[in-house]
Design a protein around this ligand. Structure first.
Ligand SMILES: Cc1cc2nc3c(=O)[nH]c(=O)nc-3n(C[C@H](O)[C@H](O)[C@H](O)COP(=O)(O)O)c2cc1C
Length: 383
């Protein structure tokens, strides 16, 4: 099957990945209400069709945090992506490099920041979870700075992990029993191509940024348990000072959904925020990001960079988020599916698809430049 859209990548990823990994990617927390709302609300936003506007030359190029980009799109931090394709974070970062798109490496990636930074220029953005052991955080930030990363995305919406029923049902999370282990092995054997290419040849299986803390080849389920034990639920706004003392580059706060929190981030002078509900994987029942974005954009009024994510699956969705007030958009599951479906080339193809769709959406809404996309690009009753 040729791939025409993100849902085709999703379909291919489903065929290639062991069940527990596919479920890990698609899942949202609890009843998945927020997960669904992210998609549904975005789809409901009606763009204004404009005609006879001379759209012969449409450009998606822009600057994000002062850096030139092919389009206002960033690859979101996605944990365990090295399990979706062999050395998956390196492959995705290389695809992003080809498409002049920033790539964000998760704290809980399989490939270390050193491995990814050695493979691409410029180095990736780095996403940090606040970990209880602050000395460990200091050492990690030193490693990240040493390889030349200049943008830190601090994720603030995971003081405790939201439960995903799918992960329990698939055997990925829950009790550490031999039965669950055997279920994962069984699911992997049903995907022989993945078992050979990633399961066997994709080693070492360690969380590269957390080694040696966690040890090597610990197994995916152990990683999840480590995360639950070591993330810091006591972190507060004061910790932004701690980060600033240990990091001289740009700081973006990811996981802002409330206007007051956005204002506080602005007051603290961070370089940007990501309006996000973690792809519907944390507090179920929160508003979709599309719904939260407008009020936040109005409050910040251009004083800080606003990125947004959640349910973005096409170039049209990117234009919708920009019209609601975002300066740029993070793609999450879209790249995870593309990576699982086709490795580096899959991610490259996915980004090209988003780019091409964006150009069409811009032309049909009468825009030749991303900076002119605004609330007025929507029909007034949208959302
Ligand atoms: C499988 C998976 C793993 C994720 N891992 C992380 C992570 O390690 N750090 C983080 O800040 N966000 C993580 N996220 C959230 C994404 O960065 C992003 O906010 C979300 O996926 C956006 O929604 P979308 O998938 O609908 O595009 C993860 C999301 C998924 C689906």
């Amino acid at each position: 099957m040729s791939v025409a859209s993100i849902s085709d990548f999703r379909q291919k990823a489903k065929q290639r990945l062991p069940h527990f990994l596919y479920e890990y990617i698609v899942g949202g927390s609890y009843q998945e209400t927020t997960l669904r709302a992210n998609r549904e609300d975005l789809q409901r936003i009606a763009l204004r069709q404009r005609v006879l506007k001379d759209v012969g030359e449409v450009s998606t190029e822009c600057h994000l945090l002062g850096k030139p980009c092919k389009m206002p799109v960033v690859l979101a931090p996605i944990g365990l992506a090295g399990a979706y394709a062999r050395r998956g974070e390196v492959q995705a970062a290389q695809a992003a490099e080809k498409q002049q798109t920033p790539f964000t490496l998760s704290t809980v990636s399989l490939c270390s920041v050193e491995e990814v930074a050695a493979a691409v220029t410029p180095p990736p953005w780095f996403q940090l979870y606040m970990i209880k052991d602050r000395c460990f955080v200091q050492r990690l930030l030193q490693r990240v700075a040493r390889v030349g990363c200049d943008t830190l995305m601090l994720t603030v919406d995971l003081p405790v992990p939201g439960a995903r029923y799918r992960d329990v049902r698939s055997g990925l999370n829950g009790s550490n029993t031999m039965m669950n282990h055997m279920r994962r092995v069984g699911q992997s054997l049903l995907r022989p191509r993945w078992a050979w290419d990633v399961g066997l040849r994709g080693r070492p299986y360690s969380l590269g940024n957390l080694t040696p803390e966690l040890g090597r080849d610990s197994g995916l389920a152990d990683f999840i348990r480590w995360i639950e034990k070591n993330f810091d639920p006591t972190a507060t706004w004061h910790d932004i000072d701690f980060i600033r003392q240990n990091w001289s580059g740009k700081i973006i706060l990811k996981g802002i959904l409330d206007v007051e929190d956005a204002q506080q981030a602005l007051d603290l002078g961070v370089d940007g925020i990501v309006v996000s509900n973690h792809g519907g994987r944390q507090l179920d029942g929160t508003p979709s990001t599309a719904r939260a974005l407008t009020a936040i954009a109005e409050r910040l009024n251009g004083k800080s960079t606003i990125l947004a994510d959640g349910g973005v699956e096409s170039g049209l969705d990117v234009v919708r988020m920009l019209a609601l007030g975002a300066d740029g958009v993070l793609l999450g599951r879209a790249w995870a599916f593309a990576l699982a479906a086709g490795g580096r080339l899959g991610v490259q193809q996915m980004l090209q698809l988003i780019h091409d769709e964006m150009r069409v959406a811009m032309a049909l809404t009468g825009h030749t430049d991303v900076t002119t996309i605004a609330r007025a690009s929507l029909v007034s009753e949208a959302l």
